[in-house]
Design a protein around this ligand. Structure first.
Ligand SMILES: [Zn+2]
Length: 385
């Protein structure tokens, strides 16, 4: 076959095959390529600007799509160039997206295969290590995400997901209008969220953020103050009620240790019931809770406080919302329920962000839905964390 024919079969735009070798015993094909004479546009891989000064020519070897049954390797002549901005850099070549020894379309084929099969199987079929395939799939996903035009981020959600192992938490940023996760990073520190703002958004995009739905978590607050000070912080129902659930759980635990014998048995195993909403319980479960409440008034009070806090988000005017919060706090008097006193203090400290719920309409339920989707995604996931 003439080199000209190999050029057609390979089909790399701007490149021609000048040498081909077939290893029949090993069933392998190797092609050597260089630029076509007319292909003079050389671009810096660091910044994408056009450059003219070539420092050196070297060979890069990458695995490409198989030709019939022959696994194919392409050896490419590549330039090292001198960029006025970046210094000495490799030239940008469309089919060489990373340092890894694979062509772009090979990585794409692997990434697509990983959508319907486990990385382990894909690796076996191609004679590669599983870790290599997983890395390729990640790069494929990243390129796919970067290539998409993203809608403007006006309402932003920040969530933490508890993993329980290292990293213990994951911070997830989502677009609440499109109900779409945008980014995730390890831990839940100020630096975590800082990194999102620094690497994912331009200054103009940051200034376009109107509202941010977030938990009352100081490190996030500090990062938002620095990067999106014009964005209105909204502490939504979902996040606040999570704190109320924790308070119920603390009361339950304290009562469990305070009481002995038969009563202790009653508190035991009721955690899930106590964290559930009354409306979602079966009659039998309601009976179990009522039995518990008749023996322990403190647990009952805690449960009622959690249930009634929900009402705050039914008001559309901040005056009404504020009065409702005040009467909720009044109910705490004489109850000696420390976890709820702590919660009340926290709500008062974050009052502006709670009342912002009336001033900025963040789609109700979306925050919870995004959070739930992410959790199932992580469970089901391709195993990347
Ligand atoms: Zn450059």
């Amino acid at each position: 076959m003439r080199d000209n024919d190999w050029t057609k079969i390979l089909g790399w735009p701007g490149y021609r095959v000048y040498r081909a070798e077939i290893d029949e015993a090993a069933k392998a094909l190797k092609l050597w390529v260089r630029r076509k004479p007319g292909n003079r546009r050389i671009v810096c891989s660091g910044c994408g600007r056009r450059v003219s000064e070539i420092r050196e020519v070297y060979e890069r070897e990458v695995r490409d799509l198989a030709c019939f049954e022959y696994p194919t390797t392409v050896v490419l002549e590549r330039y090292r160039v001198r960029c006025p901005d970046c210094g000495v850099k490799a030239e940008k070549v469309e089919q060489l997206p990373s340092q890894a020894p694979f062509s772009k379309r090979f990585e794409e084929a692997v990434g697509q295969a990983c959508e319907s099969a486990a990385a382990r199987q894909v690796a076996k079929r191609l004679g590669l290590a599983s870790s290599t395939v997983r890395a390729m799939d990640l790069r494929y996903l990243e390129r796919w995400a970067a290539g998409r035009r993203k809608p403007a981020l006006r309402q932003m959600g920040v969530d933490e997901i508890y993993l329980g192992k290292k990293p213990k938490f994951l911070t997830v940023v989502s677009n609440l209008e499109t109900v779409e996760p945008l980014w995730m990073g390890p831990e839940r520190k100020k630096e975590t969220l800082d990194e999102f703002f620094r690497t994912q958004l331009s200054g103009r995009q940051r200034r376009g953020i109107q509202a941010i739905c977030v938990d009352m978590w100081k490190p996030y607050g500090l990062s938002l103050e620095q990067w999106a000070p014009q964005g209105r912080i909204v502490y939504d129902k979902f996040h606040v009620l999570q704190h109320a659930q924790q308070a119920v759980d603390e009361v339950r635990r304290a009562e469990f240790f305070r009481q002995g014998g038969r009563k202790r048995e009653l508190v035991k195993g009721k955690r899930w019931l106590l964290l559930s909403r009354w409306v979602n319980l079966e009659p039998g479960q309601k009976r179990q809770l009522n039995q518990l409440f008749s023996l322990n008034r403190r647990v009952m009070k805690a449960y009622l406080l959690k249930e009634s806090l929900d009402r705050l988000w039914t008001y559309r005017y901040e005056g009404a919302m504020l009065r409702s919060l005040q009467s909720w706090i009044d109910q705490l008097r004489w109850q000696r329920l420390k976890p709820f006193e702590k919660l009340a203090g926290m709500l008062l400290d974050h009052l502006e962000g709670i009342l912002n719920y009336c001033r900025t309409k963040v789609p109700l339920g979306v925050v919870e839905a995004v959070n739930g989707n992410l959790k199932s995604l992580l469970r089901r996931g391709r195993g990347y964390k």
